[in-house]
Design a protein around this ligand. Structure first.
Ligand code: ZN
Length: 645
């Protein structure tokens, strides 16, 4: 892959709008395809990966080579069997609905929750297992706030016209799904309004998206006595036993105030409202695998209204996506066989080494960081784990029953299997080879408790990475992504974990102050950006990602400069210029207003345009590469530029 001249807009001055300079040709030549709420480099690659997945699933369904193929093929065939799905009606969830209908009291709600949670339906709250932030060799059960049908707390208490109209549409949506599931239309209409009231009460106690980023708020270890005391009427220790997590001796409660308030909210609600709420969330949990009346209504609200999609994606795309969620690592295992040769892994490893060396240099040379913080920071960096491409050891799927009878039943079976796998980990030491993201996805992550960076084969593809491309393209593409993940270990949240993944304060107060001052300035820079209409970017919600975008660009630019000395221009661009064009190219994209509005509320990443304008405006090496004057509109005034890493 090379950079394409036609993707750029040479009529725009790079010092005025670099996003447009690098991507204007592409933006003018593309529209958002009807099945998507946004379209850009990530989606283009996802669609290419999806074509590979679709192909291998067709083969697996037609002539399976082994048990893995058989499982994948059966799931896919059941998902594509529209006639069977229509004929099955609501049979796959009939038993769950019966249990929900039997609820006549607060105590009945508590009794039914473990069963619903086991099926992946997170009514009121949810439970999950992660690595223990006090001891990274052990696991820890988390109880998390959940159970809202709208994107976030803000959707319930915002007074804007858009939010008011979204809530009205939600009430209609809940009424439609209740009616589809067999409730008389009159009851459905009345009760859907009550469901919104109930969720509004729940939401008022929940942490907002930006608050959930703060480990100081979300890490709240409770032993069983403390758990009982937190909400005596919930009897959470008994809930744990019934869920199958009876061996947990301590539990992390993500939002204690929410759990403490839950009994009062539940007892205040009418039993008919509680039944309607639970019924809706059962339907919502598997709507995509039910007959078309449910699917269409679900799309109408979540796809169109919240996600900004004009039309539904083709069915096979929806089934592949569901498969990716339910059996992701099995699907990814086949994917890497076809797309990720050892040569690619080797080159990617080389890039990671270069970026880690650059971060080391950065930590060694920060003038605002003193020695007592620098030493453990370097230790933390040196302890980083690196995972590239795919897991060394693949997950075992034996015991999971997938067949061609029912798509929805397969989805529920996969949820139960996953829940059992998660809870089973509570009694096991942490498996260092485990991946928390399937290998075919176009994404990457840093895990603060495991202290590792992970790059799935799905993103190690063009335009991010090409084993045959020149350094400028790879450092600008995947290099900035790698460096972005590395700096997450030292962003406003990640820096609060040490090299062993333990949550503890290892910064001197003064260094902490210096870091916070830099971060505050960056938050203010992004607060000023407008995401859509009158909605601003939330500089606090996006702070960690913006620190990572800025640090990522800065580190990758320096790492690239080390390897590009003496390299001549290509296609009229110097290596440094090509680096910055490549770095802007991965953020090219168009987003519908509806999706932009939703993302501004819940997505910790900034809108794509600002993932270029934000970091670039602070970078000296960008100014030098394009020989821009100090007063170029792309650049922040000299005294106001921010450099963290
Ligand atoms: Zn990130």
């Amino acid at each position: 892959m090379t950079l394409h001249h036609a993707d750029r807009d040479p009529s725009v001055d790079p010092g005025t709008d670099f996003y447009r300079f690098a991507n204007g040709g592409w933006i003018d030549a593309n529209v958002i395809p009807s099945g998507y709420g946004a379209w850009g480099a990530f989606e283009e690659l996802s669609v290419r990966n999806e074509a590979v997945l679709h192909d291998l699933l067709l083969h697996a369904a037609e002539s399976p080579r082994d048990d893995l193929d058989r499982m994948l093929g059966d799931y896919f065939a059941a998902g594509m069997d529209v006639d069977a799905v229509e004929a099955g009606a609501i049979a796959p969830i009939a038993q769950l609905l019966e249990q929900v209908d039997a609820v006549t009291s607060y105590a009945d709600v508590l009794a039914v929750l473990p069963r619903l949670h086991d099926e992946g339906i997170n009514a009121f709250f949810g439970a999950g297992v992660t690595v223990d932030h006090d001891d990274a060799t052990k696991h820890l059960l988390w109880l998390v706030q959940a159970g809202l049908g709208l994107p976030d707390r803000d959707s319930y208490d915002n007074d804007s016209e858009a939010a008011v109209s979204l809530r009205a549409a939600y009430v209609d949506h809940v009424a439609s799904q209740l009616a589809h599931s067999g409730m008389p239309a009159g009851d459905a209409a009345t009760l859907s309004a009550e469901v919104l009231m109930l969720e509004t009460a729940l939401a008022s106690y929940q942490l907002r998206a930006e608050e959930r980023r703060d480990p100081g708020r979300t890490l709240n270890r409770h032993d069983l006595a403390a758990l009982r005391e937190l909400a005596p009427q919930l009897d959470l220790p008994r809930y744990l036993v019934e869920l199958g997590a009876g061996s947990a001796e301590t539990v992390n409660v993500q939002a204690p105030a929410y759990f403490a308030a839950l009994p009062e909210v539940l007892t205040a609600a009418d039993p008919a409202t509680l039944r309607a709420y639970l019924r809706f969330h059962v339907v919502h949990g598997v709507a995509g695998a039910l007959p078309s009346a449910f699917v269409d209504e679900d799309f109408n609200f979540y796809g169109r209204r919240i996600g900004g999609q004009q039309e539904q994606k083709d069915r096979y795309k929806r089934v592949v996506a569901a498969l990716g969620q339910d059996l992701g690592e099995a699907l990814g295992r086949r994917f890497v066989d076809e797309t990720f040769p050892p040569r690619a892994k080797h080159r990617a490893q080389h890039l990671v080494d270069g970026i880690l060396a650059e971060m080391r240099h950065s930590l060694e040379t920060r003038s605002w960081m003193s020695e007592p913080t620098r030493a453990p920071a370097l230790e933390k960096l040196d302890a980083f784990g690196v995972k590239i491409g795919y897991p060394d050891r693949w997950r075992d799927w034996s015991g999971l029953r997938i067949d061609r009878t029912s798509y929805a039943a397969n989805r529920l079976a996969a949820a139960r299997f996953e829940n059992a796998r998660q809870l089973g980990k509570l009694d096991e030491p942490v498996d260092l080879t485990e991946w928390e993201m399937p290998p075919h996805v176009v994404n990457a992550y840093y895990h603060p408790v495991r202290n590792e960076i992970v790059f799935p084969a799905g993103i190690l593809q063009s335009p991010f990475f090409d084993a045959d491309a020149d350094d400028a393209v790879n450092y600008g593409g995947i290099g900035t992504v790698i460096a972005h993940e590395v700096t997450h270990g030292f962003d406003d949240s990640g820096r609060r974990f040490d090299g062993n993944g333990a949550f503890r304060d290892w910064w001197t107060p003064q260094d902490q102050e210096h870091f916070t001052a830099l971060a505050d300035r960056l938050a203010a820079q992004y607060d000023a950006y407008v995401a859509v209409d009158d909605v601003h970017v939330n500089g606090r919600l996006t702070l960690g990602e913006n620190i990572a975008d800025l640090g990522g660009l800065s580190l990758a630019s320096r790492a690239h400069a080390r390897v590009s000395e003496g390299v001549g221009p290509v296609d009229g661009l110097t290596p440094a210029q090509r680096f910055f064009v490549a770095a802007a190219t991965i953020w090219r994209g168009i987003t519908s207003d509806e999706l932009a509005r939703t993302l501004a509320q819940v997505d910790p990443h900034s809108p794509r345009r600002f993932r270029v304008l934000g970091p670039f405006s602070n970078l000296e090496s960008f100014q030098v590469a394009f020989d821009l004057p100090d007063n170029a509109p792309m650049l922040r005034p000299r005294g106001e530029r921010i450099e963290i890493w």
